[in-house]
Design a protein around this ligand. Sequence first.
Ligand code: SOE
Length: 399
Amino acid sequence: MDKPVRVAVIGTGFMGRMHAQAWRTAHRFFDLPGTPVLSVLVGTNAERTAAAAGRWGFDETATDWRSVVGRPDIDVVDICTPGDTHAEIALAALAAGKHVMCEKPLANDVADADRMVAAAGRAATQGVVSMCGFSYRRTPALSLARRLIEDGRLGEIRHVRAQYLQDWLSDAEAPFTWRLDKERAGSGTLGDIGAHSIDTAQWLTGDRIDGVSATLRTFALTRPVLGEQVGLGGRAHEGAERRHVSVDDAVAFTAAFSGGALGVFEATRMATGHRNSNRIEINGDRGSVAFDFRSMNELDFYDAADPAGEQGFRRIQANEAEHPYAGAWWPPGHGLGYEHLFTHQVVDFVRAVAGDGVAHRELASPTFADAARVQRVLAAVESSAARQSVYTPIEGVSR
Ligand code: SOE
């Protein structure tokens, strides 16, 4: 067996399950310099964690991450817990010399994000790798979009239009979850899915958002508490206790990019009919790209250099051997899904951790520093929305 890369996954929710699948699969499809070993699964409920570990293929379980992150037989700590625990776990793991993969958003505020960046920087001098899991970066179609933009095929970028629409909270009686608690999640839709759009936009353009003007909205101010919640959504029984929702349900903001582009962003978990529509369109003076996760295997590309009379968006099937990651999977046209993004994330992370030399380390992106840049935009959006001074009411209209 190749060099083992022994992993402790912290968290047994949607992301814990998804990451476990990725760790289990990556080396079976990609040539890797190390073989992931699902060593320990950590969850707060011993019984449920044991059941999950058995099903997902972990060797062991634990209920306290503190007993695991310093263990000499662990190489990687993979943080899949709510945001309020990211900083504490990451700092402890990095101090113990463990490579760290951390789910997005990096932290619940800029101060914690900065502490994580500093710790990751110190650890990097000892060869320790850290990375934040903005998974959509590893959609082959979006990787292709990035390549086209890097190669100058879009020219000077003028517009970024990003929408991330879900509907699992559109029923105002859908139960309360930790994702609706500011203490645990940091923010609501903004940090949960708006953060993806921000990261994707900054990464694709290679540019930074340097200012925002934002509005946040919470449509359901309280929600019923469900005793035991599994996954997203569900319904509470009548008369259930209610909890105050302390985060946003939806966000809209305009953004200025340092290179001069204008951005328009919208994110909501209350857009009925949209289970997971993650869209982005970028227009430059030489061309455009447009992506919608609902057709995640395709990228629309408009090339202004096409001959007159033949111009128009072309739809590229981005799962052929020429496209990033895609060649390791199925024959062209057979399609990839959501889970593959996480597998690609593990592929790059294992190459960074177990590969030789500095070039491999760069595969571990976004770095904590990149993710902290997203965190700064999240904070600016909240601050802009709270100030409302940027909001110009229309005379004679009242809500
Ligand atoms: C829930 O809104 C969620 O699981 C997000 O937390 C993920 O980051 C996104 O990829 C899918 O939706």
